[in-house]
Ligand binder design. Sequence first.
Ligand SMILES: NCc1[nH]cc(CCC(=O)O)c1CC(=O)O
Ligand SMILES: [Mg+2]
Length: 336
Amino acid sequence: MSNWPKHDMSFLGGRRQRRLRRTGWMRNMVRETVLTPHDLIWPLFVIEGHNERTAIRTLPGVERLSVDLVVEAAKAAAAEGIPALALFPNTQDDRRNADGSEAWNPDNLTAQALHAIRDAGVEIGLITDVALDEYSSDGQDGLVRDGEILNDETVEAMVKAALMQARAGADIIAPSDMMDGRVAAIRRALDAEGFDHVAIMAYSAKFASVYYGPFREAVGSGSRLIGDKRTYQLDYANSDEAMREVAQDIAEGADMVMVKPGLPYLDIVQRVSDAFDVPLFAYQVSGEYAMIRFAAQAGAINGEGAMLESLVAFKRAGCDGVLTYFALEAARILNA
Ligand SMILES: NCc1[nH]cc(CCC(=O)O)c1CC(=O)O
Ligand SMILES: [Mg+2]
């Protein structure tokens, strides 16, 4: 489509375009984009305990789950053809500190979930988040000194976390911290330890966004965060800069790249998809999910319709897949 001459559509003449829309079978026949459960990656929030589930006020329908329930969720997801889970821990207060050292504790919640899902023999990909906000006492993705986010020191911490996750069985390491040089450093460290089969999905074009609000409640970082993340996450006014970030992450060894948030950034998705030849994902983030859910609860829109329409839009813009809290629900509808 993008190569069509904008000025010359004269060949369409008086053609009746509605012929292709008249019936369901015709619409099925000419549809350009198809959404399947294989396109959906399901983020899960992990908590301590056994048979525990806690609600998240700002994410209706999403719960934090103890490790045993995460295993059950993994089984349900695998049964619907969801290819992978993205794990996010809600770390207890007494395990958080300024160094975020819980991030590389081989017995942390992420590691426990990885082991438990593996031990249960569930065939599903396991994606782990590399950033400090889920582990540190200040809610920032990097180490903080005198109000500054330290880059290279944070990258060293990220490498330790990534190695721990790979040892615990992660299939895909997903650095979401936006420090410079982290993809290269993680790739080098993984290869040096024999984890050449572990892939990297880089949060490459990650914008500083208010749409992450509900996620921060879910992992317990929001109330700690002082200030914002604008010295490392992208300015939402920028598009060329996002392209440079993607190019750099691919050059550093990222196997897959991500744009985040999703729907308000489909222009970035389309640009990345046109320009680069690596698998591309978008994260339909917590605030996007919340907008659809709350609007549906208020009776303003059809929630199921909005969910499917939004997910197909990601595919149409060029995504190979979407991280979405709707994954299980959408997969069940698609499989029905
Ligand atoms: N490590 C940070 C991280 N990883 C995923 C999300 C947001 C996901 C969402 O909003 O659903 C965030 C939040 C942030 O950058 O503040
Ligand atoms: Mg970068």
